[in-house]
Design a binder for this molecule. Structure first.
Ligand code: F6R
Length: 610
């Protein structure tokens, strides 16, 4: 999704902005631009494509000490130079960068055009530049102009504005799109993501919704949109830049796949009580009783997080015996869902900023439900707006395709399941202890799987030209099949479908011929015998069969063209293992097809639009 960086201080602003934008590249974008103040005038450079291209076309701006930069992911208007940010007013003296969507932009544009404003781009953002111009003409003060302009706006925004008439000030505001301010020595920065600031400072302030910040090199003043001063504690960032760099791997995605023994361990660290065969999560302490007494869970999420939710449904219903409904956040928010007394809503999100999930969470709260979060990014909007929650502690995930966040989400869902199953006495102390012991073994089992990446790479070589894939699983393996298919399609652009294996005979079986690889997740679990028949159905139609299987499975050896082995574990934990070869398979196929795995086309890391 779009990225924002702003700088005011003593250094070469262009350089700081370009560096910051490079740090934000992982968010996904299709054009980039910066504006700096040069000899009293705004110097604006914009281009479709990458930040490196923008860097090459910058004027010599050594004397500039203030500026704003942006990477845009197109929503209104195609990704070209004119539509790239920053956008300016009629005079070209005010520049703005914006993340989010102005929903009433069309009406505002018509009104402003009738007042004589000339528009250059097709974007929703440009109306804000002209609105601010209008108010700035009247009040001759950028902060007031921004505040009044935002009062006319419906939708979401994270904005930073600069003006020739106030050459040492940046004005920023947020509603729905994250912004974090970095506090330096004779310099201050602002960005949509702390990774763009960390080279300069670790002291930060998070801007909240409906707040405005006036930033100079000496100070930062916060107010709400009602013009009342706001006090906010400074926070100290603890993560390292190295953590968000590639660490020797060819791509972030590969690095993140290999990190999983550690990230999964981080997700359970300090949360397992071995002697009592139960888990404990600080973020849920206050609501433990409520959760244990819940009559139903409704889990809301999008994409990969939705697949994690579906795994959660299988395991929580099986062990804790609580009915679980899993809903796409985007569907939940618009279908007037029925929530009952005793329902608890969970929102799962890696980024904590996915707009559909956030809106669904708000909708659930509006309907009076208790709503809890399962989130990776600390301090993100969903984390803040949840009544309680659990961080998954997977660390920054930079590859657009979610990998380590998924397995950490599964760990947390297992922790929640364990807690509930023990509290509700649907499993015994001994069973609880067995789960705890097995959870401790999971990191080593993952290590074994990633050590086998070479085998997966050779299978990828064989299938890299395939045009379609089917992923099939039953029970808890069905969401894993969905996730495998999503991983493949999003980074390799090969069409892939995930299906419950038994559903195959109701339609998809018609697709099977010698050109169709079918990936089965066929572990020795409660669905094992059934899925063997499904594999035979594919074999009989000459399909290529790749199976994710448990070690030493002789029956499968006769049926499969390729077997990728994963260690045995408890059924509830098995998706944490079985998904990893699927992540590797999609990674290697995409690399062999020459695709940009970390920033696949049309996708964004954090989807803050509807
Ligand atoms: C797929 C992927 C997306 C996200 C989805 C939700 O690899 O990354 O499908 O899972 O956009 O994002 P979060 O979890 O940040 O809410």
């Amino acid at each position: 999704m779009c990225g924002i960086v702003g700088y005011v201080g003593v250094k070469n602003a262009s350089k700081v902005l370009i560096e910051g934008l490079k740090r934000l590249e992982y968010r996904g974008y299709d054009s980039a631009g910066i504006s700096v103040l040069l000899n009293g005038h705004l110097a604006i450079s914009k281009t479709p494509g990458k930040v490196s291209r923008l860097e090459k076309m910058l004027p010599d701006a050594g004397s500039s000490v203030i500026g704003i930069g942006h990477t845009r992911w197109a929503t209104h208007g195609e990704p070209n130079t004119v539509n790239a940010h920053p956008h300016t007013d009629c005079s070209g003296r005010i520049a703005i960068i914006h993340n989010g969507i102005i929903e009433n932009y069309s009406a505002l544009r018509t009104k402003l055009a009738s007042m004589g404003h000339a528009f250059k781009s097709q974007t929703d953002t440009e109306v804000l530049a002209h609105l601010i111009e209008e108010f700035n003409k009247r009040f001759m003060n950028l902060e007031i102009a921004v505040r009044l302009a935002l009062k006319e706006v419906d939708g979401t925004f994270g904005i930073v504005v600069m003006s020739e008439s106030e050459p040492d000030v940046l004005v920023a505001a947020r509603r729905g799109s994250p912004l974090v301010i970095g506090l330096g020595d004779s310099e201050n920065l602002i960005a949509s993501d702390a990774s763009a600031l960390i080279k300069h400072t670790r002291e930060v302030i998070y801007l909240h919704d409906n707040e405005i910040a006036v930033i100079t090199k000496e100070k930062v003043q916060l107010k709400n949109l009602e013009d009342e001063a706001v006090e906010r504690e400074t926070e100290h960032l603890t993560f390292d830049l190295e953590q968000i760099e590639k660490g020797g791997y060819a791509h972030f995605m590969l690095k993140e796949i290999h990190e999983q023994p550690d990230t999964v361990l981080n997700s359970m660290r300090g949360r397992l009580i071995d002697a009592d065969g139960i888990s404990m999560m600080g973020g849920l302490r206050e609501v433990e009783e409520k959760i244990a007494k819940a009559r139903r869970f409704v889990i809301l999420a999008c994409g990969t997080s939705w697949h994690a939710a579906l795994v959660g449904k299988y395991i929580i219903e099986q062990y804790a015996k609580i009915p679980v409904e899993v809903d796409y956040a985007s569907e939940f928010r618009y279908r007037n869902p029925v929530l009952l007394d005793g329902d608890i809503v969970w929102a799962i999100s890696q980024s904590g900023e996915t707009l559909d999930t956030l809106a669904a969470l708000r909708e659930a709260k509006k309907k009076g439900a208790d709503a809890y979060g399962i989130v990776n990014v600390v301090g993100s909007t969903i984390a803040r707006e949840s009544d309680a929650g659990v961080y998954i502690h997977a660390g920054p995930e930079i590859g657009v395709a979610s990998t380590k966040a998924f397995t950490s989400q599964l760990v947390v869902l297992n922790l929640i399941n364990l807690y509930l199953a023990r509290k509700r006495k649907s499993i015994t102390l001994e069973q609880g202890k067995e789960i705890v012991e097995e959870m401790h073994r999971i990191p080593d089992k993952i290590r074994k799987i990633v050590e086998n990446a070479g085998q997966v790479e050779s299978i990828a070589e064989e299938f890299k030209e395939s045009r379609n894939f089917l992923y099939l699983g039953r029970g808890v393996n069905f969401p894993v099949a969905l996730e495998g298919a999503l991983k493949l399609k999003e980074i390799s652009y090969i069409h892939a479908e995930g299906y419950p294996a038994a559903e195959m005979k109701h339609g998809p079986i018609a697709l099977i011929d010698e050109n169709m690889p079918a990936v089965f997740i066929a572990l020795r679990d409660s669905t094992y015998d059934k899925i063997l028949s499904n594999i035979q159905e594919v074999r009989a139609r000459k399909g290529n069969v790749i199976v994710i299987a448990n070690e030493a499975d002789d029956r499968l050896k006769e049926l499969a063209d390729h077997i990728i082995e994963v260690p045995t574990t408890l059924e509830a934990l098995s998706p944490i293992l079985s998904v990893i070869p699927l992540q590797l398979l999609s990674y290697y196929i995409a690399v062999k097809r020459g695709c940009n795995v970390d920033q696949p086309r049309n996708l964004a890391k954090s989807v803050t639009v509807e």
